[in-house]
Design a protein around this ligand. Structure first.
Ligand SMILES: [Zn+2]
Ligand SMILES: [Zn+2]
Length: 414
């Protein structure tokens, strides 16, 4: 495993989880690249079975491997089962009766796959280059280490970074990785925790507003365009105007036309417009949704009231008022992730939205409409914005210094 904050002197081997115990997967098929031989690995309560022979641990080397099935988009609206082809070594274990599959792979090979899993290999060179530097710095900073208990540097999915193997590789992606090989972003002598999300919606967010913790100087909100000033989106009326007026942003339709977005997005993304979006629920739909997600037993929802917003307009504290047994009752959602999870059957694109509720005679709204901006937490690099900048001829170094201000690009190994 990588050590938090330690700058490696040589290219490291990283450990990526492909099948996790939480997937509760009992079997997997693995095909060897060279021989095309297929094996079936199963788990029962205590043992692994390779074809029919019991084994404790299985270690596979000296080939590429195609694994099927692999879960992609765990718990999100785009979840599906895919098959992936990876290089490096495979370690297969059993944890609580379920399969646990780890891919040990050299960092640069892993990064080529991340670049074309996060976004499509059709993307322009500068986007792939900036994405690769961000992915390398994020992994090496090891600030999160969400799966440290399993001995992993990252999982294969959106919870960490998307890693869907070599299936989507293009020459452009390989060239992007070679050009940026060993290069990471540094601030104050330390590796930067370079977060990124799909679309900031025009203004990015401060890291502490998304996850709490100490503010990081290179994860400050910026206007994702040519303006240096940011409107005050904590005011509801300013935010409404910001969402309704035309905005000239790198992640908006001026730079990335909606009809071209699909070809640039990764292969498990739904196509759509993420810069501005609308979602609408009837009173009954919203009540059932919130009760189902939060365990509350509202009979009706009276209002949704943002208590605190971040710089990008993302709601970071939301109050829900309703009635239980005829009496007023409320619930407070405490962060952007909870808000996005509670207010959509799958996951709301972002928490940067205004709430419009129509009033009726008995003052109970019959419909709630959310008008919003962006997709994801909005901190750090905006992937669609970086795409817009690269389509406009901006270099990867300029893209990185736009999103991660005051950072230095440094080559740490050859
Ligand atoms: Zn993860
Ligand atoms: Zn953006």
């Amino acid at each position: 495993m990588l050590v938090k904050g330690q700058i490696p002197e040589n290219e490291p081997i990283v450990s990526i989880g492909l099948v996790l115990p939480v997937d509760e997967q009992k079997s997997i098929e693995i095909e060897f690249g060279e021989t095309k031989e297929k094996i079936q690995i199963r788990a029962n309560e205590k043992n692994l079975f390779l074809n029919r022979n019991p084994e404790e641990n299985i270690y596979l080397t000296d080939s590429s491997f195609t694994l099927n099935p692999i879960r992609a988009g765990r718990g999100f609206h785009w979840e599906k089962q895919i098959s992936i082809t990876v290089e490096g070594e495979l370690e297969i274990k059993i944890v609580y009766g379920y399969l646990f599959v780890i891919n040990h792979i050299s960092l640069e090979k892993y990064l080529i796959c991340v670049a074309t899993s996060e976004m499509s290999g059709e993307c322009p060179q500068a986007l792939l280059e900036s994405q690769t530097v961000a992915a390398r710095s994020w992994l090496l900073a090891a600030a999160e280490q969400k799966h440290a208990d399993l001995g992993l540097d990252a999982c294969n999915d959106d919870c960490c970074q998307r890693y869907q193997g070599m299936g989507n590789l293009t020459n452009a992606a390989i060239a992007a990785s070679e050009k940026t090989r060993g290069r990471i972003l540094i601030y104050d002598g330390k590796i930067c925790d370079t977060r990124y999300s799909k679309s900031c919606g025009g203004i990015s967010e401060n890291n502490e507003n998304a996850w709490g913790g100490e503010p990081k100087p290179y994860l400050r909100a910026i206007h994702d365009g040519n303006n240096s000033t940011i409107p005050n989106l904590k005011s509801e009326s300013n935010l409404k105007k910001w969402l309704t007026d035309d905005q000239h942003c790198f992640c908006g339709p001026d730079y990335v036309p909606g009809n071209q977005l699909e070809k640039y997005l990764g292969n498990v993304d739904k196509s759509g417009t993420y810069f501005r979006w609308n979602v609408s629920f009837t009173q009954e739909e919203l009540t059932i949704l919130i009760n189902g997600k939060t365990g509350k037993r509202f009979e009706s929802i009276q209002s949704l009231q943002p208590l605190e917003r971040g710089i990008s307009g993302r709601i970071i504290q939301l109050r829900i008022d309703g009635k239980i047994n005829g009496e007023p009752s409320d619930l407070i959602l405490e962060n952007e992730y909870e808000i996005r999870w509670a207010l959509h059957p799958d996951f709301l694109y972002s928490s940067a939205f205004i709430i419009e509720a129509n009033s009726t005679a008995d003052s109970l709204p019959s419909r709630f409409t959310f008008k919003g901006a962006g997709w994801g937490h909005g901190v750090g690099l905006c992937q669609i914005g970086a795409l817009g900048m690269s389509l406009n001829g901006t270099s990867f170094t300029d893209i990185l210094s736009h999103y991660f201000q005051s950072t230095e690009l440094r080559k740490i190994y050859d």
